[in-house]
Design a protein around this ligand. Structure first.
Ligand SMILES: NC(=O)CC[C@H](N)C(=O)O
Length: 427
């Protein structure tokens, strides 16, 4: 009897209004119900709410991980990366830099705050799918608009849970990145899925062209005043920044706008000559997915701009800058993905806890004289930031805009402003 009552509570959707919204105008009606993972599995009250395994993750090393699905159905190939962020799964899902990858969250409990209208980092999800230990059976947050399972299913994205994410993470740390195939299709044999994972590669593929905007546009949104934490006091549009969209996250644009910039976003293939004609105060090279060696056209564009206008590179932008300066990039063993990476700023001596998401890095030994390593990742000593003062260049391998993650590195936007100001005053 007790079990039946418990099941009833789980499967009966009940609508309620959360009482403690810090901003009444943001109050939204939220439906509390079990995730689609559970509801799908409950045809009648007398049956158990728990679904049995209906999905597989087959890794290229031959291991097969039986799982339960909670998003779309189908079969998808991708590179598995683990992300150590405790919160921010919606920003992670909408970060275009995850194109071609499955994100495995090391935090075991995901989905409890659902998905909202405000935390999207791009107009769509480009990643291959989501792998988690446990999906929250209820969703409760004052901004919640829908459950994570519904969100994934609507976007035709695969999500699996009930996987030993700790064991997979240990394997990735030990053996390095692995390609995998996620499938809910019973008709496909394990051997077929293994073959699929072994005949696919992410290295050497241009993933930027699939995520970049197609036409230039102006960006005006600042960080919402409710969330602003580092207001620069600049309300005017003091500096015109052209941002190359290699898969740009919205919060980079919001932070630039909050720091007083007028922003024009251009596609990854936009000619450098067109940019220089507009005489911007600065150019930003954004984050973006995949292998920086697979996009020589973007490196050429960066080369044409260097030395003519102050530039700031973030993540992929930093890697392209490294190559344009004559350096080399390489693929890391399992990369950095998470909101808890310690970085030392070698100029100030301060340590920042940073948000990171990359599988490639710049080899500092390959860089020419005059290029300064400004930041180092304290977990593995890899290069986390560069500057070439002679040409007004600065770059970070990680994400000063966070989203998700700590805001320690927001000062980098202020430094970009200072760089543009210095050049403008001396012009
Ligand atoms: N966030 C990013 O820009 C990712 C950079 C690059 N695609 C990498 O994986 O290293």
């Amino acid at each position: 009897m007790a079990t039946a009552a418990f099941n009833l509570a789980l499967i009966n959707p009940s609508t309620f209004i959360l009482p403690k919204s810090p901003n009444p105008t943001k109050l939204r009606v939220c439906t509390l119900r079990c995730s689609s993972a559970t509801t799908n599995a409950v045809p009648g009250l007398s049956e158990r709410p728990w679904k049995t395994s209906d999905a597989r993750l087959v890794l290229e090393d031959g291991s097969i991980w039986r799982a339960k699905s909670f998003g779309a159905s189908g079969t998808q190939v991708g590179e598995v990366v683990f992300n150590t962020s405790l919160t921010g799964y919606q920003e992670i899902l909408t970060d275009p830099s995850y194109a071609g990858q499955f994100v495995l969250m090391t935090n075991p409990h995901i989905g409890n705050t659902g998905v909202n209208f405000d935390d999207e980092e791009s107009k769509q999800c480009f990643l291959g799918g989501l792998v988690i230990r446990s999906i929250s059976i209820s969703t409760s947050n004052w901004r919640c608009a829908e459950t994570l399972g519904d969100y994934l299913a609507e976007r035709k994205l695969l999500g699996i849970y009930d996987v030993d994410t700790r064991a997979i993470t240990r394997r990735l740390r030990q053996d390095g990145s692995l390609v995998g195939v996620l499938s809910t299709e019973e008709s496909k044999t394990d051997e077929e899925l293994l073959e699929m994972s072994r005949s696919w590669d992410i290295v050497g593929v241009d993933l930027i062209s699939g995520v970049s905007c197609k036409e230039p546009y102006e960006w005006v949104d600042k960080t919402n005043s409710e969330w602003e934490f580092n207001y620069s006091g600049r309300d005017g549009e003091a500096f015109h920044v052209v941002a190359y969209d290699f898969g740009i996250k919205h919060n980079i644009l919001r932070r630039l706008a909050s720091h007083g910039c007028k922003i024009t976003v251009v596609p990854s293939t936009w000619p450098a000559s067109e940019i220089l004609k507009r005489k911007p105060d600065g150019v930003l090279f954004s984050n973006g997915p995949g292998d920086p060696s697979a996009v020589p056209y973007a490196v050429e564009t960066v080369k044409e701009i260097l030395g003519k206008v102050p530039v700031f590179g973030i993540c992929m932008g930093h890697q392209l800058l490294g190559q344009a300066l004559g350096g080399k990039t390489f693929k890391m063993k399992f990369g950095h993905h998470g909101g808890n990476h310690p970085v030392r700023n070698l100029r100030s001596g301060h340590v920042e806890i940073s948000a990171q998401n990359h599988n490639y890095a710049v080899d500092p030994a390959s860089l020419p004289e005059g290029v300064e390593v400004t930041h180092v990742n304290l977990n593995d000593g890899s290069c986390a930031g560069l500057a070439y003062p002679a040409q007004n260049i600065m770059s970070l391998q990680y994400h000063p805009e966070a989203s998700p993650g700590p805001r320690d590195s927001d000062y980098a936007f202020g430094e970009f402003i200072k760089l543009m100001k210095k050049v403008k005053l001396n012009a």
